[in-house]
Design a binder for this molecule. Sequence first.
Ligand SMILES: NC(=O)c1ccc[n+]([C@@H]2O[C@H](COP(=O)([O-])OP(=O)(O)OC[C@H]3O[C@@H](n4cnc5c(N)ncnc54)[C@H](OP(=O)(O)O)[C@@H]3O)[C@@H](O)[C@H]2O)c1
Length: 241
Amino acid sequence: MTSKHVLVTGASRGIGAAIATTLAASDRHVWINYRNSKSEAEGVVASIRQLGFDASTLQFDVSDRKACAAVLGACIEKHGGFDIIVNNAGITADVPFPGMEDEQWDSVIQTSLGGFYNVCRPLVMPMIRKRWGRIVNMTSIAALHGNRGQVNYAAAKAGIIGATKSLARELASRGICVNAVAPGFINTGMIEHISKDQIRQIVPMGRAGSVQEVASVVAFLCSDAASYVSGEVINVSGGII
Ligand SMILES: NC(=O)c1ccc[n+]([C@@H]2O[C@H](COP(=O)([O-])OP(=O)(O)OC[C@H]3O[C@@H](n4cnc5c(N)ncnc54)[C@H](OP(=O)(O)O)[C@@H]3O)[C@@H](O)[C@H]2O)c1
C-alpha cells in the first residue's frame, strides 16, 4: 500500500469516480466511498487497479453521523486517517419552495452540509497531527447565483462555502489547505433532465463540462503545487461567473 491515503465521498460514479481515478494516478491509496451503489463502486476500484494503482471501497452514508464516526474511527486506527479528503457526495431534490417537503429539505442539507461535518470532524485532528493535508469540498454555482427549484440545494452548497472559508483559516498554520470547487453543468446523471439546448443558452462555452474537467481542478488543489491556495472557491462552469 502507498503511504498517502485519500478519501473521496460519493465516488461510485460521476464526478467522484473521476476524481478518485485521477488522484489514484499520483501513487496514493484512494478509498471509494459510496452509500448504496456497491457494484458501481467495485467497478471504479477495478478500473483503478487495472491502471496499476491502489484503491478500495468504503461504504457509509455521509448523512449518518454514527456510521461516519464508526467507519472513519476504524480507518484512523488502521492507517492513521487520510491525507486528502474530497467531500463530493451530494444529492438534489428539486422542487419549487412552496411545495417543498420536510424530507426534501432535510435530506439535501444532511447529505451535502451534514456530510461535510460528519466526515471532516472526526478526520481533521489526525490530519492536524501530520501537519499536511488537503480538503476539497464540492459546492455548486447554484450556491453563488441561486437557482429556481433549488432552495434546499443552494442553501446546502452555500453552507459548504462558508465552512470551507472558516476551516481554511483555522487550519492554515498546520499545512492544510481547504478549498471548494463549484461546478456548473457537468455531464452526469444529476443533469440528465436538462436539455442540450437549455445548456447551450445558459453556458457561455455552449456545452456541459466533463467529469474530467472537474477532476483536473481537484487534482491541482490536492497537489503540492497548490500549497499557497486555501479558502478559495474555484468555478468549473464553462464561463458562468
Ligand atoms: N453534475 C453536475 O452538474 C454538478 C454541478 C454542480 C455540483 N455538483 C456536485 O458534484 C457532486 C457530485 O455530483 P455528480 O453529478 O457526480 O452526482 P451523481 O452522479 O449523482 O453521483 C453522486 C454520488 O454521491 C453518492 N452519494 C449520494 N448520497 C450519498 C450519501 N448519503 N453517502 C455517501 N454517498 C452518497 C452516490 O452514491 P450512491 O449511489 O451509492 O448513493 C454517487 O456516488 C455533488 O456534490 C453535486 O452536488 C454536480
